[in-house]
Unconditional design. Structure first.
Length: 246
């Protein structure tokens, strides 16, 4: 199954807390993880967070400014974010393709403005303030249950079939076969549900697979891996591992 590694955390800055938690079993078809990233104390220098492409959609809640929230997703390239010296975010990482963007559109990149959509995300954000992470998870699960009931999120059988055969997928043709679709059907379905063309979706999957271990599992050879990793992140694998902890 698809298990995105997450994002790069600056090795040079101490004092940042990063926590992940699995959703309850009945939500595992739509939610990958609940996340909390915060600073218990003000840092001595700015903190840089490297957001890696993973094709997931994020519900982002800024606990220091409850009006700042939203639904966001990166494109097929990474983004380096300066979060400053004090921050507190609580997020939901939804699996690729489950957010129904025809119902509620997503944005790209970091959310840093007030939420203006029709979902009660500002109220959700406010209800999370001051709560232990365990309680926040329960509140988020209740909110996701509501999103399921309203059809804002839904299981995606196409991406589920792709992820079930992820170790056997080496090209777009393999992906179409795993999904039980023609290449043209796969192009349409993935673009509609994930926002990615199949080729870009495969690049993101390969990058995430490589972060779990041996690059040759996902790339034809070492030079190809280094080139692809640098195009996606702006760093060689060696440079990245020295600067960021995944």
């Amino acid at each position: 199954m698809y298990d995105p590694t997450g994002n790069g955390r600056d090795r040079s800055v101490d004092g940042v807390r990063f926590e992940e938690a699995e959703p309850p079993p009945h939500l595992k078809s739509v939610v990958h993880r609940y996340l909390r990233l915060d600073t218990p104390q003000t840092l001595e220098q700015d903190y840089r967070f490297h957001a890696l492409p993973d094709a997931c959609t994020y519900l982002v809640c800024d606990q220091q400014n409850v009006n700042v929230a939203g639904v966001t997703r990166l494109k097929a390239s990474s983004e380096e974010l300066n979060l400053g010296r004090s921050f507190h975010f609580v997020n939901v990482r939804f699996l690729p393709g489950v957010w129904q963007q025809n119902r509620v559109p997503v944005a790209y990149g970091q959310v840093d403005t007030a939420y203006e959509g029709h979902l009660p995300i500002a109220s959700l954000n406010n209800s999370l303030v001051g709560q232990p992470f365990k309680v926040q998870q329960e509140v988020l699960s209740d909110f996701v249950d509501t999103l399921l009931q309203d059809g804002v999120v839904a299981s995606n059988p196409v991406t589920e079939r792709i992820f079930a055969h992820i170790d056997d997928i080496h090209n777009v043709g393999d992906m179409a076969q795993a999904a039980g679709l023609s290449p043209r059907q796969l192009q349409r379905v993935l673009k509609e549900t994930t926002g990615f063309a199949p080729h870009d979706f495969l690049k993101v999957i390969r990058l995430q697979q490589s972060l779990h271990g041996e690059p040759s599992l996902s790339y034809a050879d070492q030079p190809h891996f280094i080139h692809a990793f640098r195009r996606a992140t702006g760093y060689t694998p060696g440079q990245y591992s020295r600067k960021y902890d995944v």
